[in-house]
Design a protein. Structure first.
Length: 87
């Protein structure tokens, strides 16, 4: 079972790097917002798999905090872009 969790962690780490690249190189601000949302979801997934791998429930609190902050920041950025205040 541990090799499956290690494989999941590796896949999520690759996804994290790819999301970060999209945040840096996104052609538009909308692409960057979607990449940030995906980045926060990937970090929450990493925390969840890591909690299962170590058997520590404290990482689930981190998961909830990251997911909540990711959602709130995505909504805030979307409202900001909707107003047309971006370059």
């Amino acid at each position: 079972m541990t090799w499956v969790l290690d494989l999941a962690l590796a896949g999520l780490a690759i996804a994290l790097v790819l999301c970060f690249v999209r945040v840096l190189r996104g052609p538009t601000a909308h692409d960057r917002v979607v990449a940030l949302d995906n980045l926060s979801s990937t970090v929450a997934g990493l925390a969840g798999v890591y909690a299962i791998r170590l058997g520590e429930a404290i990482f689930l609190d981190v998961l909830i905090a990251v997911a909540l902050l990711g959602f709130i920041s995505t909504v805030a950025f979307a409202r900001y872009l909707e107003r047309g205040a971006h370059p």
